[in-house]
Design a protein around this ligand. Structure first.
Ligand SMILES: Cc1cc2nc3c(=O)[nH]c(=O)nc-3n(C[C@H](O)[C@H](O)[C@H](O)COP(=O)(O)OP(=O)(O)OC[C@H]3O[C@@H](n4cnc5c(N)ncnc54)[C@H](O)[C@@H]3O)c2cc1C
Length: 342
């Protein structure tokens, strides 16, 4: 239930396992998935950590998106180098320290910076981040929706958790009966009677569409804390704001200025804002995914918490959850929503 990134990824995995699904979605504008830039940034953050399982999840995600492209003929995942420009001397030092202590682990992810220093502001240097890119998330969602519609597996609607009846044999919602229901509601899970105890902390994020004609030939992603994503013909997406615990639901002038300041730190080229949107990232514990059955209702499931790394982490987790649902395989313990310390 819910056709954002989480619901879409899980639906694909269940269909690929030969299962029947019905995905019900509210069909809202400006959900987290519809607003997201879709970036895959292997070395995110100012300390350039290599998160546990990164390579396995990255390889899995790229293969998964590539298979969707191959079967649809659509361009969904765009492999792009990321010019990672250091914000200050501390970041440059942090990167040097990483290479000095664990260089072999990073070899796959970097190359020397190749960029015209007269067009960008690069006082502290940087590197080319490899193995990243971006998913056109709205295109992926639309491809998924059409695929589901063709299989009579999609409906527009709002599933109220109070309308879901659970018995030992299965679940029932209106006239739909199923062996299980999986709630993939993003930040709205806070209103779900089964999962309102999960500490969901939506993180608002603003994002801008820009025109920068001077940079029309740029084809790589630029990242200096803030990022610029080239969409072609001098059009860019820029972002984003990340304020955990924020409660706003509409884009604000303050956030617009914050993003434009980030862009100005990358380039002094003239920019025109053409669109400003806001989405609410479903954040539970940073970008850690939580999933699995309800502690008391084993046919009622949760798949959520993709945070700011849904494109990279989502496919691997959807695979693990589908394997659990279909074959009873164990969930990765750190993702289990039944964790009493959640
Ligand atoms: C500004 C911004 C930039 C981002 N950039 C990136 C990025 O570069 N890379 C990245 O990986 N991630 C990024 N993210 C995060 C990414 O958007 C999320 O990780 C991911 O999209 C969350 O997907 P979801 O399916 O869990 O939630 P959602 O996208 O919120 O989807 C939930 C869906 O369920 C539906 N729904 C909810 N309740 C009900 C109900 N009761 N009945 C029926 N349907 C319901 C909603 O309408 C929605 O369609 C960004 C987010 C924002 C806001």
């Amino acid at each position: 239930m819910g056709q954002g990134l989480a619901g879409s990824l899980l639906a694909w995995h269940l269909l690929l396992e030969g299962k029947r699904v019905l995905v019900v979605d509210r069909d809202e504008a400006d959900t987290s998935s519809k607003v997201a830039a879709g970036l895959v940034t292997p070395l995110a953050g100012a300390r350039f950590n290599l998160p546990p399982g990164l390579e396995e999840r990255l390889d899995y995600a790229r293969r998964f998106y590539w298979e969707r492209e191959e079967e649809s003929g659509l361009g969904l995942f765009h492999h792009r180098r990321i010019a990672r420009l250091f914000r200050d001397a501390r970041e440059a030092e942090a990167w040097s320290a990483r290479l000095a202590t664990a260089g072999a682990n990073y070899a796959r992810f970097h190359a020397p910076l190749v960029i015209d220093p007269t067009r960008f502001t690069i006082p502290h240097g940087g590197f080319e981040m490899l193995e990243g890119g971006w998913l056109d998330v709205p295109a992926f969602l639309e491809h998924t929706r059409v695929y589901l519609l063709e299989r009579a597996a999609y409906a527009i609607g709002k599933v109220e958790s109070g309308e879901v009846d659970v018995s030992a044999r299965g679940v029932r919602w209106k006239n739909v009966e199923a062996t299980a229901i999986v709630f993939c509601e993003g930040w709205r899970s806070a209103d779900n009677r089964f999962f309102d105890w999960v500490p969901m902390r939506p993180t608002p994020g603003d994002i801008l569409d820009l025109e920068i004609p001077e940079l029309a030939d740029v084809d790589r992603i630029l990242n200096k804390g803030g990022w610029l994503l080239p969409l072609g013909d001098g059009r860019f997406r820029a972002g984003s704001t990340y304020h955990p615990g924020g409660s706003k639901t509409q884009p604000t002038e303050v956030s617009r200025c914050e993003i434009l300041a980030k862009v100005a730190a990358i380039t002094s080229a003239t920019t025109t804002v053409t669109r400003h949107r806001l989405g609410l990232r479903p954040t539970i514990r940073r970008s850690q995914v939580f999933m699995g059955p309800h502690p008391s209702f084993p046919r009622v499931y949760f798949f959520n918490g993709l945070g700011s790394k849904g494109v990279l982490n989502g496919p691997w987790h959807a695979h693990r959850l589908a394997s659990h649902l279909v074959r009873g395989e164990a969930l990765p313990p750190e993702t289990d929503v039944r964790d009493p310390f959640l």
